[in-house]
Ligand binder design. Structure first.
Ligand code: 26W
Length: 814
């Protein structure tokens, strides 16, 4: 990158002058804004070049349709990918600004819940770095993932006002606005060509305005685009009503339209079923498809024969699946294709990724909601299903059960996953085990019907953000010993294995971890006045709060360990700090009770002098991408303890590995593939396996009582949930207890096998403690984990998608 440092400096200074007349009164945020704007200037030229190259060559693009993009901060990431970070930091410091302070001014772009949204962000980074033409399409939520504060140990949600100040990275493209219609009634007109044409009357009109954010590839000129849609009313507010002093009614239409892109739904894996969520989904899908069709028809007119050659749309879970009937509608109603022509285009264009097997996360919409909001699209879904069922009947004439099970519309509901599988040419899971479970269990009927569609794409993470940017100490260590080039070829890390017996190198590695732990301790001291002992083991559990992720298993072990230390003077395990970070869906009561429990246990243990210096429990408030970047580098132990078969992949597990933390986990999701790389002796694997749980589920043979009766330590820890040991939130803890021991709301007890895995987990924790005490042994395991994480780069994942599904060509810019 030919970067003119003087021009950069001047650009920052001029912006501060222009906006504030003098640079003296600029506060830190103003400096951030000016620096970001100056960086955008640097990006602009290549962004344009990329756009022109992609247009001129009329190349095949991947369009990643996702309701979530969990981007986090952009300043450091862009500087790093442009390869000008050191210079820019120097320039800013020379002007008297502290880079760290400036960086901290940027709010996270938290437009996602967790794994699925962050995966989309890692994919965009890899696509640009690998020079593939790609567009991310989604929603510009005015409010992202809520801000979590812990008050009296409870999670309280506050709005995430991330656009309070202007976002210096986005460019509003009002020239590209389109209209999206809701409601109304379908009208038919018969035309001279003998066909019927459908349109909507009296529909609500909503304007979709795109905002573009540059996606800068690492060490390349490619700059792709993330295009997010904002909803507004084309009519603005009603001046007539306002003049008549009907102030509320005057803004009704405006508000109703703006509601669509107001806020991200904060549920991860939970049922939503809300009309507004369907509106969000249709809104961004329709706008994106119109956008794609507009640029296509500008070149090819109304001949859609090349559409599927130039576009592949990846559906990130079921959230954007309504794009399937919407593309049918646009092609037939607006562009006059026949059903069969349109269907041929659609079925060559869409590919679908499933990210979860939890039944409650498989989206289905009540017909009345769907039909009310999208009457014409509903007709098309019905017709897709009519044709599909008639096919099924010829293939399986006697199997009425199957015909019923697979029907896209059934029991008053529309099954979005079924629609996705039927219309897509590819269906993939996100880790080997997950894809296998989809094929052989969850989607068995479908895999039997369309075996050629099913495939696996194991997730990955970008090493640019999660190592180079987040962990500069480890990054230079790696360059020093493994050599350069790992930033775009993670397999370079395997060179580290040469040093597996080099005590000096191992010592250096431990020192880096130590320094990172001190940094994290300092940050938590400064931000939430928490004291952490960097000499203790940092045992870290960070991810969404969900029962299947089993934070409760972790807490029960902490209580058990606490009791043991109190009961047995001779028991002296190494000092541990248990670190949690997690947001709970706002309506998920039990998850919120678990957060309260973690905090109650923290208060109890952290104020008990008898265990001072031995155990500590820390809950990191408002866990988010920018917090994650500080926590992963400081972790010793990576908690990946989901019920086997439930975590589709996990990607945090990979970020830990990349940062030299050892996995304490079940054989679930991508943990299995991590262990395949590092071998069991370099991880701590425990617990029931997916097939064992399946067998117990089938036989209905699980009896949690048996485990309690056999384990006095477990019985005591459970009893302490409700006997007041952890303070006054007893009704909440009682529910946790009941859910484990008796089952609540007609559920079986302990649906996630916490008690069944408790003993194995305790023993695995003992192995962790023993292994940690052998510092050099631990360092070797750490080195090996880092050396063997090549597979978990999202660059590898993207190349897999490109080879098997997307079939893209790399386009070099200049
Ligand atoms: C119906 C609401 C809803 C909301 C979010 C349903 C499902 C979701 C997501 C699919 C949940 C999610 O983020 N899944 C995670 O996806 C990651 C990326 O593939 C995986 O690594 C995680 O294992 C999976 O839980």
């Amino acid at each position: 990158m030919d970067f003119d440092i003087f021009a950069f400096e001047k650009s920052v200074k001029n912006r501060l002058k222009k906006q504030y007349d003098t640079d003296l009164h600029a506060d830190n945020h103003d400096v951030y804004d000016a620096a970001a704007a100056a960086v955008l200037d640097v990006i602009m030229e290549n962004w344009k070049k990329t756009r022109l190259a992609h247009q001129k060559d009329k190349v095949r693009h991947i369009y990643y349709f996702s309701a979530e993009f969990l981007m986090g901060r952009a300043l450091s990431n862009n500087l790093i990918n442009l390869r000008i970070k050191d210079q820019a930091v120097n320039a800013l410091e020379k002007m008297g600004f502290n880079y760290n302070t400036i960086e901290e001014q940027e709010p996270d772009a938290g437009l996602g819940n967790g794994g699925l949204g962050r995966l989309a962000a890692c994919f965009l980074d890899s696509l640009a770095t690998l020079n593939y033409p790609a567009v991310g399409y989604g929603i510009r939520y005015r409010y992202g993932m809520f801000e979590q504060r812990i008050e009296n140990g409870f999670q309280v949600e506050y709005p995430d006002n991330w656009l309070k100040n202007r976002d210096p990275w986005e460019i509003r493209r009002s020239d590209l606005a389109v209209e999206v219609l809701f409601g109304g009634s379908v009208s038919v007109r018969h035309e001279a060509d003998g066909r019927d044409y459908f349109s909507l009357e009296n529909a609500e009109r909503v304007t979709a305005t795109p905002y573009d954010t540059p996606i800068v590839g690492y060490d390349t000129k490619t700059v792709n685009t993330l295009r997010l849609w904002e909803a507004s009313s084309p009519e603005g507010f009603d001046l007539q009503l306002f003049n008549d002093m009907h102030y509320k009614r005057a803004v009704e239409k405006q508000n109703s339209a703006e509601d669509i892109s107001r806020v991200l739904y904060p549920n991860d894996n939970g049922p939503s079923g809300k009309a507004l969520r369907l509106k969000q989904q249709y809104f961004f899908c329709s706008a994106s498809l119109q956008d794609m069709i507009r640029s296509y028809t500008a070149v090819y007119g109304q001949d859609f024969s090349k559409f599927a050659d130039l576009h592949v749309i990846q559906l990130n879970d079921t959230h954007p699946v309504v794009a399937i009937p919407e593309l049918m509608r646009l092609l037939m109603d607006e562009h006059r294709l026949e059903w069969d022509e349109a269907w041929a285009v659609v079925t060559k264009t869409f590919a679908y990724t499933n990210h979860t097997i939890l039944a409650e996360a498989l989206e289905k919409w009540p017909i009345d909601i769907f039909q009310g909001l999208l009457p014409r699209v509903y007709q098309i879904v019905e017709e897709i299903n009519r044709r599909f069922l008639s096919d099924l009947r010829t293939r399986f004439p006697d199997d009425y059960d199957k015909q019923n099970r697979m029907s896209i519309i059934r029991n008053g509901m529309i099954y979005m996953a079924w629609l996705a599988i039927h219309a897509s040419f590819s269906v993939n899971g996100v880790a080997a085990l997950h894809s296998e479970i989809l094929r052989t269990q969850e989607l068995k009927d479908w895999a039997h019907l369309y075996p050629e569609k099913f495939n696996n794409k194991t997730n990955g993470v970008t090493q640019r953000r999660w190592l180079l940017s987040a962990n500069p100490r480890l990054a230079s260590f790696i360059t020093k010993y493994a050599g350069s080039g790992w930033e775009t070829d993670l397999s370079v890390l395997k060179n580290l294995e040469t040093y597996i017996d080099d005590t000096a190198v191992l010592k250096e590695l431990l020192e880096i971890k130590q320094q990172n732990k001190e940094d994290l301790a300092a940050w938590l001291k400064a931000t939430q006045n928490e004291f952490l002992d960097p000499e203790s083991i940092f045992d870290v559990h960070i991810k969404r709060l969900h029962e299947y992720k089993r934070q409760l298993l972790n807490v029960l072990h902490i209580i058990y360990l606490y009791n043991r230390i109190l009961d047995d003077e001779d028991f002296n395990p190494p000092a541990r700090t248990f670190i949690f970070g997690a947001k709970a869906a706002s309506g998920y009561r039990r998850a919120k009770a678990i957060i309260k429990l973690i905090n109650a246990v923290a208060v109890k243990i952290n104020t008990d002098k008898r265990v001072r210096g031995k155990i500590r429990v820390v809950f990191v408030e408002n866990y988010r991408v920018s917090a994650a970047e500080k926590i992963f580098p400081a972790a010793d132990v990576s908690e990946q303890i989901s019920t086997a078969g439930k975590e589709a992949s996990g990607t945090g597990n990979m970020k830990f590995m990349l940062n030299g933390a050892l996995t304490l986990g079940t054989l679930d999701g991508a943990n299995i593939e991590i262990v395949e790389e590092v071998h069991e002796q370099n991880a701590f694997i425990f617990g029931l396996k997916a097939d064992e749980i399946l067998a117990m589920e089938k036989a209905q043979s699980y009896n949690p009582r048996a485990y309690i009766d056999r384990n006095a330590g477990l019985a005591k820890a459970l009893q302490q949930l409700t006997d007041g040991t952890f303070g006054d939130a007893r009704p909440f803890f009682q529910e946790l207890y009941d859910s484990l021991v008796y089952g609540v709301d007609g559920q079986r007890p302990d649906v996630y096998y916490v008690l069944a895995d408790f003993d194995a987990y305790c023993r695995a924790q003992e192995s962790v403690a023993a292994a940690y005490t052998d510092r050099e042994g631990w360092a070797k395991k750490t080195l090996l984990n880092i050396a063997r994480c090549a597979k978990f780069s999202s660059d590898r994942t993207i190349e897999d998608y490109v080879r098997d599904i997307w079939k893209l060509k790399k386009i070099k810019i200049d």
